[in-house]
Design a protein around this ligand. Structure first.
Ligand SMILES: Cc1cc2nc3c(=O)[nH]c(=O)nc-3n(C[C@H](O)[C@H](O)[C@H](O)COP(=O)(O)O)c2cc1C
Length: 328
C-alpha cells in the first residue's frame, strides 16, 4: 500500500506525469476518469509565481474531483522556492512536488530543473527550504543524474529523504539523454531496494502498455509508475494497466464512441477553462493523438484543426463516427 503523508494511494498507484502544456485541468479530467490515481500540474516557475505572472497563476487551478493532486514547482533559488511553496499551500493541493528533472535549456540555465543535478548540496538545500516552508507533503521528481558519468540518484534519494521528502519519482534517464534512448530502470530498482529508503519510489520512463507496466512492476519492485507520453490522447492506458494487473487479461481498446467522447470532454473542458477561442486553439494538437491508429484520418484531422467553433468540431466527429463505426 503506497502512502504519501496521509494520502492513501492503494496498491501500485498509477501517476499521471506533469507535462508542460499538456497536464492542464481539461487533460487531467479525462485521465482521472480513466483511472489515474495521482496527478500533477504542469511545472510552475517559482519566480513566475512570485511575480504573479498570469501564466504561472493559472497553472495553480485545481479542482476537488482531481484529488489527490500535486502542484509541481521548479526554481534554483531557496528563498523563491520557499515563498512559492507558501503561495501554493494557500491553494490547498494534496502535495507539492519539486522538479529537479527538466532538461530544457531555459530552465537548466537558471540552475533549476535538471541543472540542480550537477550540485547535490544545492538540491538538498532547495528541498530543505521547501519542506520547512510548508505543511504539505513534499515530493521530488528527478532523473538518474546529469550525464552518464554522474548518475548520483542513490545518494540523492538518501539525502532528500533525510531532509523530509515523502516520495520520490525517478525518470530513468540522465539530463544529457533528454528523451533519447531507453529509460534505464536498474538504478531506480537499486534506490527502491536500498534498506535505508522507506519513502515510496515511483518509476518513470517509457511505460506505454499494460504488459510493460506489469513487467517493470515485477522486475524493478517500484511502489508505482508514472506515465507521461503514453497517456496523451490515450487516457485508457490507466484502466488498461489496472485491468491487466487484476486479471492478467488485455482489455479491448476504446471504441470509436469512447474516443470521441473523451476528446469532446477534453475540448469542452478546455473551453470552460480557457474560453472559446483559446480552448479551441489549444485543443488542436490533441486531435491526432485521439485519432492515433485509425487509418485515413488525414482529412478529418485537417478539418478538426481548422474548425473554429464547437458545432463544426462536433460535426467532424459525427463523420468520424459514421466512417469508423462501420469500418471497425
Ligand atoms: C510535453 C512534455 C512536457 C513535460 N513537462 C514536464 C514538466 O512540466 N515537469 C516534469 O517534471 N516533467 C515533464 N516532462 C517529463 C515527463 O513528466 C516524464 O518524466 C517523461 O515524459 C518520461 O515519461 P514517459 O516516458 O512516460 O513519457 C514532460 C514531458 C513531455 C513529453
Amino acid at each position: 500500500m503506497a502512502k504519501i503523508g496521509n494520502i492513501e494511494l492503494g496498491d501500485f498507484p498509477l501517476l499521471l506525469a506533469p507535462m508542460e502544456d499538456v497536464s492542464d485541468p481539461p487533460f487531467r479530467a479525462v485521465c482521472k476518469e480513466h483511472g489515474a490515481d495521482l496527478m500533477y500540474t504542469e511545472f510552475i516557475s517559482s519566480e513566475g509565481l512570485i511575480r504573479d505572472a498570469i501564466k504561472s497563476r493559472q497553472k495553480l487551478d485545481i479542482f476537488d474531483y482531481e484529488r489527490p493532486i500535486g502542484i509541481q514547482i521548479f526554481g534554483g533559488d531557496e528563498e523563491a522556492l520557499a515563498m512559492s511553496a507558501r503561495i501554493i499551500e494557500a491553494t490547498n493541493p494534496d502535495l507539492l512536488d519539486i522538479n529537479f528533472g527538466c532538461p530544457v535549456k531555459k530552465v537548466v540555465c537558471k540552475g533549476a530543473g535538471a541543472g540542480v543535478l550537477k550540485d547535490i548540496n544545492l538540491m538538498v538545500r532547495l528541498t530543505d527550504a521547501v519542506v520547512k516552508a510548508t505543511k504539505l507533503p513534499v515530493t521530488v521528481k528527478t532523473r538518474l543524474g546529469w550525464d552518464e558519468d554522474s548518475k548520483n540518484i542513490e545518494e540523492v534519494a538518501e539525502r532528500l529523504q533525510d531532509v523530509g521528502i515523502q516520495a520520490l519519482t525517478i525518470h530513468g534517464r540522465t539530463r544529457t539523454q533528454m528523451y533519447k534512448g531507453h529509460a534505464d530502470w536498474t538504478l531506480i530498482a537499486k534506490v527502491k531496494n536500498n534498506p535505508r529508503i522507506h519513502i515510496p519510489i515511483f518509476g518513470n520512463g517509457d511505460i506505454d502498455s499494460p504488459q510493460k507496466a506489469v513487467e517493470y512492476k515485477n522486475r524493478y519492485g517500484v511502489d508505482g509508475v508514472m506515465i507521461g507520453r503514453a497517456a496523451i490522447g490515450y487516457p485508457w492506458i490507466f484502466r488498461e494497466i489496472k485491468h491487466y494487473i487484476k486479471t492478467g487479461e488485455v482489455l479491448a481498446p476504446p471504441t470509436i464512441d469512447e474516443r470521441i467522447a473523451a476528446c469532446l470532454k477534453h475540448l469542452r473542458g478546455a473551453i470552460k477553462w480557457k474560453g472559446d477561442k483559446l480552448g479551441i486553439l489549444e485543443m488542436r494538437p490533441h486531435y491526432s493523438n485521439y485519432l492515433r491508429g485509425l487509418s485515413h484520418v488525414k482529412e478529418y484531422r485537417m478539418r478538426l484543426v481548422t474548425a473554429d467553433n464547437v458545432g463544426e468540431i462536433e460535426a467532424v466527429f459525427e463523420d468520424v463516427r459514421m466512417q469508423y463505426a462501420v469500418a471497425l
